[in-house]
Design a protein around this ligand. Structure first.
Ligand code: XMP
Length: 510
């Protein structure tokens, strides 16, 4: 299978580069520069290599570098942004800092005739984001593009098939970015473009069928996109030998437990065990208000329930997980601070013994997981489901968690989601939900004074959930949701709308 290596130097767009390559039906994998050696690259038989951007300057002592031997492997290389500067540096060119004249944003790019710019206009818009620039083109290279501020916006050494672009072709603001990547992949690396996620999934199904037939495979199903697609894929491969355990911790959204059970058991005929463990979780959570302690209790209890069920099944050959590609990429950025401890349903239990771990989606990006899910016949409600945290509504109930509070929140959340769905908005928020705050306020109902909870509504628009904007929902939608929540749910006397973006806030309240 032909494939491209995206060598990651800590750039913010590393995943985007790989996705753009895959969109052109060429498999791409990301490896951090310090996790793959020159020897390993040689062994892998890559058609081409892309050096990503990165936040450093090539002359910083701590900046990520690579063995210059990579330039002599005979594999075409495209350096992007920092990757371009690194290529210049490794080839004996010069990189300088334009401290007072960084280029950032949409910039007019002037290109010369070159195979990399086949079918690219001589003048077009590109996306720039840099302070350093290539100030002396290394020997063997020639400049093939420039901007007003950047004397070398692209350079090429055709003999060694080394190319560098200072701008970001992977970003949609670069008008001809797709074409430039296409030229690199097809005209320079000689790719055929015969990869697609669906064939890849089909092959995995056949492989699992012969590998696991007659052996038990266990999967923790949460009803989220990833574990659902993994479940249906494995079910297609090995049928009843796949056993799914669905732990309902009582903190799911309204009717969600029944919907998951109905879909997988009745529609797909999956061998599903639903464990209604709400009482256990509420018992453990009684009297606890600290957000991290709540998360920890749920994570631990989840594993315990799962293990108990697994033991009843007997010997399990393999444990399956819905891990997806972004979960396994080790970024060249180094460790980043943990803001919240995320518990994902399906974290590895340590007392179940199994011979193998199977992760059928570990090579796929989220959008690819979704197309595989659709191909396998999963309903759109599951495939395009908004993210829902593993600890469920627990992170949306402030203070102590009780069954009553959970029920109240389920109702409020269902009303809010229903009103958003009914509004048929042109652009939907990427995530929207209700939060039950721990604040009581005075209200008036008929002639009586009330003193109920305050519900907060939250809707965010985002590409990657690392940053998010609060969504400007129409007032009418907010008004309808607010009035229904206070009228239909007893115990709630006020509704507020959360207008915080991330950062500084996070998407969830806890
Ligand atoms: P935050 O609150 O960190 O959320 O801005 C970012 C995204 O992650 C989801 N989230 C979780 N997902 N387990 C998950 O699987 C968790 O513990 C968890 N906490 C937050 C959140 O819903 C949002 O989409």
């Amino acid at each position: 299978m032909e494939k491209i290596l995206v060598l990651d130097f800590g750039g913010q767009y590393n995943q985007l580069i790989a996705r753009r390559v895959r969109e052109q039906h060429v498999f791409a994998e990301i490896k951090s520069y310090d996790r793959i050696s020159l020897m390993e690259i040689k062994k892998e038989d890559y058609q081409g290599i892309i050096f990503t951007g990165g936040p450093n300057s090539v002359y910083d002592a701590a900046s990520p570098h690579y063995d210059p031997g990579i330039l002599d492997l005979g594999i075409p290389i495209l350096g992007i942004c920092y990757g371009a500067q690194l290529l210049a540096y490794l080839s004996g060119g010069k990189v300088s800092s334009a401290e007072n004249s960084s280029e950032y944003g949409k910039t007019l790019l002037k290109t010369e005739e070159h195979i990399l710019f086949q079918d690219v206009a001589a003048e077009s818009i590109c996306w720039m984001s840099h302070t350093d620039y290539i100030s002396a083109v290394p020997q063997g290279f020639r400049r093939i593009a420039y901007t007003d501020k950047c004397p070398c916006a692209a350079m090429a050494d055709d003999e060694r098939k080394l190319y560098a672009v200072q701008f970001h072709p992977e970003v949609t603001h670069t008008e001809y970015g797709r074409q430039i990547l296409h030229n690199f992949l097809f005209s320079i690396c000689g790719c055929q473009g015969d990869w697609n996620a669906l064939d890849y999934a089909d092959r995995a199904i056949n492989e699992y069928r012969s590998k696991f037939a007659g052996k038990k495979v266990l999967l923790a199903l949460s009803g989220g996109v990833d574990s659902s697609v993994a479940a249906v894929l494995l079910h297609k491969a090995i049928g009843q030998d796949l056993v799914c355990v669905f732990v309902d911790h009582g903190l799911l959204r309204k009717d969600e437990g029944d919907y998951v059970e109905e879909t997988f058991k009745k529609t797909f005929g999956v061998n599903l065990i639903r464990v209604n463990a709400g009482d256990r979780f509420f018992g453990k959570l009684a009297g606890i208000s600290d957000p991290e302690t709540k998360r920890k209790i749920i994570g631990e209890e989840f594993i315990r329930v799962f293990e108990e069920e697994a033991k009843k099944i007997g010997h399990v050959h393999a444990l399956a997980q819905g891990t997806i590609y972004p979960d396994v990429i080790e970024s060249g950025k180094g460790a980043s601070a943990v803001i919240k401890s995320h518990h994902n349903v399906g974290g590895l239990p340590d007392v179940i013994s199994f011979d193998e771990l199977v992760e059928p989606l570990k090579d796929f990006f989220k959008d690819e997981v979704r197309s595989v899910g659709l191909m396998l016949g999963l309903p759109k409600e599951i495939v395009f489901r908004q993210p829902f945290p593993g600890p469920g509504l627990a992170v949306r109930i402030m203070g102590e968690i009780t069954e009553d509070k959970a029920r109240m929140l389920q109702e409020a959340d269902a009303i809010f989601r229903e009103e958003i769905d009914k509004a048929h908005l042109d652009v939907m928020p990427d995530q929207y939900f209700a939060v039950l705050t721990d604040t009581h306020t005075v209200g008036v109902m008929g002639d009586a004074r009330t003193y109920g909870y305050t519900v907060a509504l939250r809707a965010v628009s985002t590409d990657d959930f690392m940053t998010a904007e609060w969504t400007r929902l129409p007032y009418e939608v907010l008004e309808k949701a607010s009035s229904r929540i206070t009228n239909e749910i007893s115990g709630i006397s006020r509704v507020v709308y959360d207008i915080s973006s991330k950062p500084p806030a996070t998407v969830e309240w806890e």
